[in-house]
Write a protein that binds this ligand. Structure first.
Ligand SMILES: Nc1ncnc2c1ncn2[C@@H]1O[C@H](COP(=O)(O)OP(=O)(O)O)[C@@H](O)[C@H]1O
Ligand SMILES: [Mg+2]
Length: 609
């Protein structure tokens, strides 16, 4: 074969891959255990019981036959004979009962597993740094982890089957060993070639599945792309549908070819090896028959041994296939397990202090420089400024100057690359993260439109207050959302968005009022408005900012805009340019100085005057 040398070169790598494929199995078992210890115990218990039923019934049958054979020699039927029959019946019935219990616990465990994994994925995701979400590779992984979280009934069932098969096989082997250890030797020796062959191919199979992971991901992507809301528009216009399905077909054909090649090879080799096993099986069979003829074994011994030998060898065969089935499934858990391995970098220090209430000195940026993780371009350079309680600061700068980045640093979605951010003279990193978040209310440019009720959309700002109708309505009144919610058919109970039945979609400006209400409900000491008005025209933005400025009068607030003409009501204005504050002062002062601010103000103001 022309691939021979390459295969040999990769020999040791292949072994590494084989072991890698197995390393998912312990965590898989761990996850099952954690999702429902009680259910696992019930399932495993019934599997153990069901596992010994075959040997027990075989042995009781042996005793029955022994008595019956004795009967033909004119011995009376012993008085406990019928008890034996009853016992065999009890075992058979018990086995059937275990079967039901097994089905039940498998189904329950599969549900619990899905629930456990889904909750863990959500919880883990919520603790990760924002930087992860901005990495497409991570996002991909998260998506696949979500898929892998569900529908693991087959894996759970196979794991239980494996346990049961091992117990059954072990019990048959003990039974055989009890009669004739040397018989066991022959049996074991004849199984060795099949064992090696089967495990070799099982490993090759996992290794193949592992190698195919990236192509399988590609298939997933194509399948999603070929039938998703986001892609439908372009796919139709560009006529890409058949191209995608063609690609899908091409890749899956290639994978199928690889699978088939291995399956064929496996089929041939293992068939030959199973002839060896069968030969071994029949030699022991022959020996047992010979010994029965010569009188060393009775008919009942013959019955038991034939049953035990047959049972042991057929169970060993199925153990292999069950095991490769489990390992196959485990390969697909890789993304989920890797996802759980991802750790947040931004987190509370172990002896974090609570955020100050009230804040006395405010926030201070000291020579802060920042480049996004994994990049080298400094978005902010040696930036220094203060946000003081009771003052409304406006931050303006053209698109891409780093205004939103500053918000991400204040809220510790990221930490600075150099320099320090202080709150009341203490580095932000010293504070408890959740506590700090509670003191900052932000309305981002791309704020969320939750497909929940209007009330819950506002309550999201402070979910503990979900039942506090008065506070929610108060926040809505402040933001100007109350009137519009009042006019909705179901008021605060109105489902928003189009996803769910009866949902009502709002206009951009209406959604924005709801987002503002969310920030007000937060009762935070610092309020930040980061261009949530970008979709509105300049006069409307002006109005929103005016209202915000009124509401935050006497409080600590940060207003962000790229429109120079909309923030004049702020107590102080900072112009962000090339990662630095290029000018700062009140509107009047900046206009007087005749710098960039006054220039841009005139330019932009004239466009809607
Ligand atoms: N997650 C990110 N990774 C790398 N660069 C980013 C990221 N987010 C923003 N940037 C870059 O940082 C710069 C500042 O962005 P941003 O703070 O959003 O600007 P602004 O809010 O002033 O419009 C832009 O050049 C943008 O491309
Ligand atoms: Mg921005």
């Amino acid at each position: 074969m022309h691939t021979e040398p390459k295969e040999k070169n990769q020999g040791w790598r292949a072994w590494k891959e084989r072991l890698q494929a197995l390393k998912n199995i312990p965590p898989l078992l761990g996850l099952m255990w954690k999702s429902g210890p009680g259910t696992v115990v019930m399932g495993a218990g019934s599997r153990l019981a069901a596992g010994i039923v075959p040997i027990a019934t075989l042995d009781i049958s042996r005793l029955i036959i022994k008595y019956l054979v004795g009967l033909s020699h004119k011995h009376p039927l012993p008085h406990d004979f019928w008890w034996l029959v009853a016992l065999e019946f009890a075992f058979a019935a018990g086995g059937a009962l275990c079967g039901r219990l097994i089905d039940y616990s498998d189904t329950v465990l599969a549900d619990r597993y899905t629930r456990y994994i889904s909750v863990r994925v959500m919880e883990h995701a919520s603790h990760l740094d924002l930087v992860h979400y901005e990495d497409p590779g991570f996002y991909d992984k998260l998506e696949r982890a979500r898929v892998q979280a569900t529908d693991r009934l087959a894996t759970i069932r196979m794991t239980g089957q494996l346990l049961q098969q091992v117990v059954t096989t072990a019990s048959f082997i003990v039974g055989i060993a009890f009669y004739a250890p040397w018989l066991l030797m022959i049996l074991v020796l004849s199984i060795v070639p099949a064992f090696l062959g089967e495990s070799h191919f099982a490993f090759l199979n996992y290794a193949l599945k592992f190698r195919q992971t990236s192509e399988r991901r590609q298939l997933d992507y194509l399948r999603v792309l070929g039938a998703s809301k986001d892609s439908a528009k372009e796919l139709k216009l560009f006529g890409l549908g058949s191209f995608l399905s063609g690609e899908y077909g091409r890749i899956s054909d290639r994978l199928l070819k690889q699978d088939l090649a291995l399956a064929r090879q496996r089929g041939w080799v293992t068939s030959l090896l199973s002839v060896v096993t069968t030969a071994g099986y029949y030699s022991t069979y022959g020996i047992v028959i010979y010994r029965t003829i010569t009188g060393q074994y009775s008919i009942s011994d013959l019955y038991f041994l034939i049953g035990a030998i047959g049972g042991a060898s057929s169970n060993i065969q199925t153990i292999f296939s069950t095991f490769s089935g489990i390992a196959d499934q485990a390969v697909f858990l890789t993304d989920l397990l890797e996802f759980f391995e991802v750790r947040p970098a931004v987190k509370s220090s172990p002896n974090a202090i609570p955020a100050p209430r009230p804040i006395r000195d405010g926030f201070e940026f000291q020579n802060v420089s920042f480049a996004y993780p994994g990049t080298t371009r400094l978005i902010l350079r040696n930036l220094s400024f203060r946000l003081e309680p009771g003052r409304r600061i406006a931050l303006i700068g053209e698109n891409g100057q780093g205004k939103t980045t500053i918000v991400k640093l204040i809220t510790r979605l990221y930490d600075p690359t150099a320099g320090e951010i202080l709150l009341d003279g203490v580095n932000l990193r010293e504070y408890n993260l959740e506590d700090l978040s509670r003191e900052i209310g932000v309305v981002f440019q791309d704020f969320m439109r939750y497909e929940m009720t209007a009330g819950d959309n506002i309550a999201a700002g402070r979910i503990e207050e979900r039942r506090n109708v008065a506070r929610i309505q108060g926040a809505a009144q402040q933001s100007g959302a109350h009137d519009l919610i009042d006019r909705l058919p179901a008021g605060y109970q109105q489902m928003l968005g189009r996803r769910f039945e009866g949902g009502v979609d709002l206009s951009g400006g209406q959604w924005q009022k709801i987002a503002l209400a969310r920030a007000y409900l937060r009762d935070a000491q610092l309020l930040i408005l980061d261009e949530p008005t970008a979709s509105l025209d300049a006069p409307s933005e002006h109005e929103v900012f005016n209202r915000f400025a009124d509401l935050t009068s006497g409080k600590m607030a940060l207003l962000i805009s790229h429109r120079f003409s909309t923030v004049r009501m702020a107590d102080s204005i900072m112009v962000l340019e090339n990662g630095r504050i290029s000018e700062a002062g009140s509107h009047g002062e900046l206009m007087m100085s005749g710098g960039r601010y006054s220039e841009m103000f005139e330019l932009q103001a004239s466009s809607y005057r």
